[in-house]
Design a protein around this ligand. Structure first.
Ligand code: GLA
Length: 573
């Protein structure tokens, strides 16, 4: 349960058996697992209960306990504990799909399941979902969580739109390898819209467009696989794709899933155009089911644009889900996508991610500093990092952003907690102060100031002050806990002026009086606030100096950075 371990017996006269229980280091490790997910009852209507809790590295702790007054045979099925049906328990390799045991009365068995094999990934326990919700998504309960990299990719759409062909794809795969981006985890080469002929063939199969993909998609998959990469493709949960140039998969899910699997596809982006107003909760599970039935692990990226809040229902259907409409290569579009995505932060977790759309970094519409903001927000938000520029022609600056290993490590942190805004300040929050000449009021002004109904809201006897439910200040602090008791902090200046932005320890969940090391991930400098406890200045220091001084200095109440450039620079510590 991840409950605090508070021993309540007389430790001076403890029996050996009690010491063995309290000192069981493996059970303690389950309690202390960094994923920190509380165990939950997942099966057992009668006295035999199954509780389980996902742990780091795709492992699961399972407790089978008997509350009854006679021995009971208890079974934990893989689908109940969030493992793929095909996963094999490492220590009992003959066991598949379930583990059973006869459990004495008022006793339990506790197992750690370590999936054996590379394609298993994180289990999919839903901590919040009600029984009704579980039933609604029943077909997807076995959905593979085979990828823990968030599907880091390069995708054709943001740069090439429909102008794609076999050469672009092959050269981009080559470039991912030669630039080193592949080594940093960008492993999927994703073909977006416009890859197929206008119509299906006479047997109902999708056909790669002859003029642009003359040797077909299977040959391309072989080429990409040969480079150690994976191939992604695109379809639509509607009658035609968004470009209207090719058919969608609605009603053809099984055939298309089988086609994709037979070509060796590893990733499917599944769009939402031309859907005949059918509910996405009906259209998307059909593709999940079809992909599952092929037996090939295929990363499923739902591109539902946040229309029906997929963060609330798609976690059992796919590996990521778009929370926004399409991004474009501008500051306004980029920050608004980050904002819309942030609303759903609670719903992201390892194996199922909110997707604020693909990156525009390197496409030329924003300044380099703005692209740093873009990448920082996506990284801290644990968003899939989907490169959207021409990787064959990367500038030094673009490569430095997309290839910043420390920022990528924030994105890939095993805790998988999406950053939230914790502080917003700025001009938009100024109170409304009436400043007109009341001796010369116009009719319109008097109508506003004299609106009796509005005044009565102000005078309501309940006297409860309205709260902001959403803040839109210009200066923001975004933060998320990371593994190893670390925290990522993004100080974001959205205004057109230089600003000093302060993150209070209280905002970012660090106890007061804690001394921290802070590292600027874009400058690669370590800081400690050590010399001036009143104004919170940070001074660059070497790591050894930080250690020497941290004992003797007073405690910092906040992390406060040097002025941040207008709409641009950002610091992550
Ligand atoms: C939609 C999607 C985009 C892209 C295009 C292709 O607009 O949201 O990401 O795939 O379709 O037509």
């Amino acid at each position: 349960m991840k409950a605090p371990r508070l021993i309540g017996c007389d430790v001076r006269t403890m029996r050996n058996e009690s010491l063995e229980i309290l000192g069981n280091s493996e059970a303690i490790a389950v309690n202390q697992d960094k994923l920190g997910v509380q165990g939950k009852k997942v099966a057992g209507g009668g006295d035999g209960k199954v509780w389980c809790s996902p742990l780091r590295h795709g492992r699961v702790a399972v407790v089978m306990w008997n509350r009854g007054s006679s021995p009971a045979s208890i079974t934990a099925k893989w689908i109940d504990v969030g493992l793929q049906p095909s996963a094999v328990h490492e220590t009992t390799s003959s066991v598949r799909e379930r583990i059973s045991a006869v459990v004495d009365t008022h006793a339990c068995k506790m197992y750690m399941l370590t999936p054996n094999g590379t394609d298993v990934g994180y289990p999919t326990l839903d901590r919040r979902r009600s029984k009704a919700g579980r039933r609604a998504s029943e077909p997807s309960r076995e959905r593979a969580r085979h990828d823990s990299s968030h599907g880091r990719s390069w995708n054709t759409w943001n740069h090439f739109y429909c102008n794609i062909n076999k050469t672009v794809i092959r050269e981009s795969a080559d470039a991912l390898v030669s630039t080193g981006l592949a080594k940093l985890g960008y492993r999927y080469v994703n073909i977006d819209d416009c890859w197929a002929e206008h119509d299906r063939d006479s047997k109902g199969y999708l056909v790669p467009r002859k003029s642009t993909f003359p040797s077909g998609i299977k040959a391309l998959a072989d080429y990409v696989h040969g480079k150690g990469l994976k191939l992604g493709i695109y379809s639509d949960a509607g009658s035609r794709t968004c470009s209207q140039t090719m058919p969608g998969s609605l009603g053809h899910e099984q055939k298309d899933a089988e086609t994709f699997a037979s070509w060796g596809i590893d990733y499917l982006k599944y769009d939402n155009c031309n859907n005949g107003d059918l509910k996405p909760m009906k259209r998307y599970p059909a593709m999940t089911r079809a992909l599952m039935s092929t037996g090939r692990p295929i990363f499923l990226s739902l591109c539902e644009w946040g229309d029906m809040h997929p963060a609330l229902w798609a976690d059992k259907l796919g590996n990521s889900w778009r929370t926004t409409m399409d991004i474009n290569d501008s500051w306004e579009s980029m920050v608004s996508r980050a904002d819309q995505n942030e609303v759903y932060a609670e719903h992201a977790r390892p194996g199922g991610w909110n997707d604020p759309d693909m990156l525009e970094v390197g496409n030329g519409g924003m300044s380099n500093d703005e692209y740093i903001v873009h990448f920082s927000l996506w990284a801290a938000s644990k968003a899939p990092l989907l490169i959207g520029c021409d990787v064959r022609n990367l500038s030094k600056e673009t490569l430095a952003i997309l290839g910043n290993e420390e920022v990528i490590a924030v994105n890939q942190d095993p805790l998988g907690v999406q950053a939230k805004k914790v502080r917003m300040e700025g001009d938009h929050e100024a109170p409304l102060l009436i400043g007109c000449d009341v001796r010369n009021l116009s009719k319109e002004t008097l109508a506003i100031l004299g609106n009796e109904e509005v005044i009565s809201v102000n005078q309501d006897p309940l006297g409860v002050q309205a709260k902001k439910v959403r803040m839109e200040g210009d200066h923001e602090v975004w933060t998320a806990p990371l593994s190893g008791y670390r925290t990522v902090v993004v100080l974001l200046n959205r205004s057109p002026e230089f600003r000093i932005i302060t993150a209070q320890w209280d905002d970012i969940g660090i106890p007061p009086k804690t001394v921290v090391e802070a590292r600027d991930l874009w400058k690669g400098i370590d800081y400690l606030k050590y010399d001036n406890c009143n104004n919170g200045d940070l001074k660059p220091m070497k790591r050894e100096e930080v250690r020497e001084q941290s004992e003797s200095q007073c405690a910092p109440p906040c992390l406060q950075d040097v002025p941040i450039d207008a709409s641009s620079s950002i610091r992550i510590g």
